[in-house]
Design a binder for this molecule. Structure first.
Ligand code: GLA
Length: 387
């Protein structure tokens, strides 16, 4: 992404080049899917693809915003109770309100923004947008009341919950704000403690294969999955009143067994996946420390199977991409992100890389008449100011 582009558009629209420029990245996640809202562990990293925004206070109470990618424009008052309708502006509006609630006195501003995080790929373009504005507006308006990076993360997540309607966890905004070049992060979503892990797998590459399909409708199946998990946790709490069960993180395999007859088989399947995934993140961390990439890959395939059969967030196209990866001898492959379309993440031996990319491109095109997008992963930095 070139900052000259947003500055040029800013100047065309608002007649000045006097603006600050901020970026926030999308993310990958090596393992730990649908565990964040269950208080479990995740293992994401920021990528080089990002959202970039040029922003300048305009001395009024009005926000004027232009999306370069969608060629769409909206205006609203800072104190507006409803905000704009178009989703891309609701992110900006929501983040501004959430920062205001956290003590940042936001006034009117002009902005143009653009990005190269593929939409609907499961790489969190929305979290990138939220984090970009959380970081930028805090920088421009905090004036002694600046909020912490965690507040930025939480402002982005609250925006999804209150202004978009997706009850997401914390992983995407966390990765976008805290990302570091060359490092993955293992985050405990219950305590918010995290650790950077240098990721430089000798002899392997990480590559995304974007199915270029998206089957999810407005966040509802995602919210359904979350409710399933919450129902099982609540049933366990009901059985063991002396314990404090906040999420499935606080539950054991025995607990799930104990409430089997009080929950639907579907809810139990969802919870089973989550408990397995919690363990898989820790197994992968140990394997990484030992440099055991075969084990990392094995766990990735197990995650895919669980997401497909038990959590049921896969789709035909993603299962096919996973199958082709397996047939090509790829070390690890799985759905990445929320599911229902988007990418698979693949851990591939250097020597196999070209063969795999060629084969998966050809076979996916033959079957679905879609050329999948191949995205090489470079782990990049989190939210920052460019000028
Ligand atoms: C989406 C959500 C995240 C997380 C993933 C699944 O990306 O925004 O909070 O739940 O799905 O791991």
């Amino acid at each position: 992404m070139d900052k000259g582009l947003v500055i040029k558009y800013f100047n065309e629209r608002f007649g000045s080049e006097n603006c600050s420029v901020y970026v926030s990245p999308g993310r990958i996640n090596l393992i730990g899917e649908h565990t964040d809202y269950n208080g479990g562990f995740v293992f994401p990293g920021a990528v080089e693809q990002c959202i970039m925004a040029a922003i300048a206070p305009n001395g009024t109470n009005r926000v004027r915003a232009y999306s370069i990618d969608l060629t769409d424009y909206a205006e609203w008052d800072v104190g507006d109770k409803d905000g704009p309708d178009a989703t891309c502006f609701r992110f900006v509006y929501g983040v501004a309100r959430e920062l205001t609630d956290r003590g940042v006195l936001i006034k009117g501003f002009d902005t143009v923004f653009a990005g190269d995080v593929p939409l609907g790929a499961g790489m969190s373009s929305s979290a990138a947008l939220e984090s970009c504005f959380a970081f930028g507006l805090n920088d421009l308006f905090a004036d002694g009341n600046s909020v912490s990076k965690w507040d930025m993360v939480l402002a982005g997540q609250a925006t999804e919950h209150k202004y978009i309607g997706t009850n997401c966890g914390i992983m995407d905004q966390f990765a976008s704000v805290f990302g570091k070049k060359g490092q993955l992060m293992r985050l405990d979503c219950r305590s918010h403690e995290f650790e950077y892990f240098p990721f430089n797998p000798e002899g392997y590459r990480l590559v995304l294969v974007n199915s270029c399909v998206k089957h999810e409708l407005a966040g509802s199946p995602y919210n359904d999955r979350r409710r399933s998990c919450e129902r099982v946790a609540a049933a366990i709490q009901q059985l063991y009143t002396e314990r404090k069960i906040e999420t499935l993180r606080d539950c054991t395999w025995e607990d799930i067994e104990a409430v089997k007859s009080n929950c639907t088989a579907e809810d139990i399947r969802r919870a089973t996946f989550v408990l397995g995934e919690k363990d898989r993140v820790l197994t992968v961390c140990d394997a990484l420390v030992k440099g055991d990439y075969e084990e990392v890959g094995k766990q990735m395939y197990l995650t895919h199977t669980g997401l497909s059969r038990d959590y049921e967030v896969s789709c035909e196209e993603l299962d096919y991409l996973n199958e082709v990866a397996r047939e090509c001898g790829v070390t690890g492959s799985r759905i990445m992100g929320g599911g229902f379309g988007g990418c698979t993440i693949n851990l591939v031996k250097n020597g196999l890389y070209s063969d795999f990319v060629q084969t998966v491109t050809r076979r996916y095109k033959e079957k679905y008449n879609i050329t999948p997008q191949i995205i090489d992963i470079i782990i990049g930095d989190g939210s920052r100011k460019l000028q």
